[in-house]
Design a protein around this ligand. Structure first.
Ligand code: ATP
Ligand code: MG
Length: 450
């Protein structure tokens, strides 16, 4: 029989392997702790939605809707469906569908995979993960500043230093309309410098041209009319309010008049956290206000603001910072020789887990259970604090050998402990405190480890 062809992952879609999992866990736990401490609540929405949700929310003339969506027809019923390219549209849909802002504003957060058909490269994948926060029903600059402060706290807690905040206001629709006329006139004057994409967007979405990454156009867009100069009194007051709160909290930022964000539904505050440490895909978090979105979904006018972080980019930044992540570790590795010992080990492992400790039981492979020596090697590699060893002698004596695994070889100790006392012995060793009598016997409370 010929060897079956190897199946590999889809280009631009990554596995997160166990060696990276502790870093992801550290990042996710830290982020969730911070979100909770600011009163944000978790929301989970489906990965697949109606295509129209995104085309309506994100806007037809955007990278995402023009060329990046994974859309398909449901072969069962012909529905037009899309793998979500971002989180905000789904969150707003869910908020309206379940009337979540009926009795006041909401602070929400989500995390999960997003899908965009882009050219895979460093920091740009076809499946990538985002953490996002959405504050829906708040209108003042205070919540904009809060979201930014929350990011600042996250970078601090993760030990990320080389990241800067870029800030802008893109005003409201009317202000953008006035700016747009002048911008188009300016761009038309520089027709010869515009690339094909810019020419295509000249009348449909000229603001997006300011966002260009084409080096040949940089000088020209730098000198283009600045939207900031078209802001009315209210938009200016809002923007000044955000800047004031950031100043008061010693958050540094640069106002970047060319920062417009890629999506249609933004207004007023827009911001990005950017680093130079990741090459050209340096934006690790992007956000802003999207007051008009809820109304375009048929809800009543509800202001809102949020951000989304690219998780792969932040993980890469954490790696670049040399962030030490705790390796995968367990408390106990169970070693055994012989059939009776295997049964004892299996039963004892369950009892130790009942007490709240993490236990890895040595299990057979096609090569067999392995020698005592090879099992001890596995115990070592597991990072376990203790090996519990049961051989024929131990079964006969109803005892187990408990060996300390971490520390210098000379310091390692081995004790003989009766089966019935192994659980308490381990709990005692690992927590450094005796378990009270009431917690002994068959009613073990879970122990709190250091
Ligand atoms: P860009 O201009 O770089 O394409 P974007 O405007 O499309 O960015 P957003 O939609 O604002 O990006 O997404 C928020 C964040 O999600 C980005 O700042 C980035 O960190 C991350 N992100 C976006 N697209 C990808 C991708 N294809 N792969 C990995 N991370 C991504
Ligand atoms: Mg993009």
């Amino acid at each position: 029989m010929s060897k079956p062809e190897k199946i590999v992952a889809i280009k631009g879609m990554n596995d997160i392997l166990p060696s990276d999992a502790p870093l992801w866990e550290l990042f996710e736990n830290t982020t969730e702790t911070i979100l909770k401490s600011y009163g944000y609540q978790k929301i989970v929405t489906p990965i697949v939605e109606q295509t129209s949700l995104f085309s309506r929310a994100i806007g037809a003339v955007t990278d995402i809707v023009e060329k990046e969506m994974y859309s398909f027809e449901d072969s069962m019923n012909g529905d037009q469906l899309t793998l979500r390219p971002e989180g905000t549209a789904s969150v707003v849909r869910a908020v309206l569908e379940h009337n979540l802002v009926y009795d006041g504003p909401r602070r929400l957060w989500y995390k999960g995979p997003m899908f965009r058909h882009e050219r895979p490269q460093r920091g740009r994948y076809r499946q990538f993960f985002q953490f996002g926060a959405e504050a829906i029903g708040f209108s003042g600059p205070d919540i904009d500043a809060e979201l930014i402060m929350m990011c600042r706290r996250l970078w601090d807690d993760l030990g990320i230093e080389n990241v800067r905040l870029e800030l802008n206001s893109i005003g409201n629709a009317e202000e953008r309309q006035r700016h747009r006329a002048d911008l188009i006139a300016y761009l038309e004057q520089h027709d010869s410098i515009l690339d094909a994409e810019a020419k295509r967007r000249l009348h449909s979405n000229p603001l997006r041209i300011l966002d260009t990454k084409n080096p040949a156009m940089q000088e020209m867009v730098n000198a283009a009319p600045r939207l900031l100069d078209y802001l009315g009194e209210e938009s200016l007051a809002h923007f000044n309010g955000v800047k004031f709160l950031l100043d008061q909290n010693a958050v540094q930022y640069t106002v970047n008049p060319r920062l417009v964000r890629g999506l249609d539904y933004y207004n007023r505050t827009v911001f990005e956290w950017v680093t130079d440490a990741l090459g050209s895909q340096g934006t690790i978090c992007a956000g802003g206000r999207y007051d008009p979105l809820v109304e375009t979904f048929g809800g009543k006018a509800t202001p809102a603001v949020g951000f989304a972080m690219g998780m792969e980019r932040i993980i890469e930044l954490m790696k670049a910072m040399g962030e030490p992540a705790e390796p995968n570790q367990c408390d106990v590795y169970m070693v055994h020789q012989g059939e009776k010992a295997q049964l004892q080990a299996f039963i004892l492992a369950e009892r130790i887990r009942d007490a709240g400790l993490d236990v890895v039981l040595h299990c057979a492979t096609p090569a067999g259970a392995g020698s005592f020596k090879s099992q001890m090697k596995k115990a070592d590699g597991s990072g376990a604090a203790f090996a519990v060893i049961i051989g024929e002698d131990e079964v006969a004596n109803e005892t187990a050998a408990v060996k300390t695994m971490r520390g210098e070889i000379g310091e390692q100790q081995q004790s003989t402990v009766p089966f019935l006392e192994v659980v308490d012995y381990l709990v005692d060793q690992i927590t450094g405190a005796h378990v009270h009598d009431e917690h002994c016997g068959h009613d073990h409370d879970h122990v709190h480890k250091h």
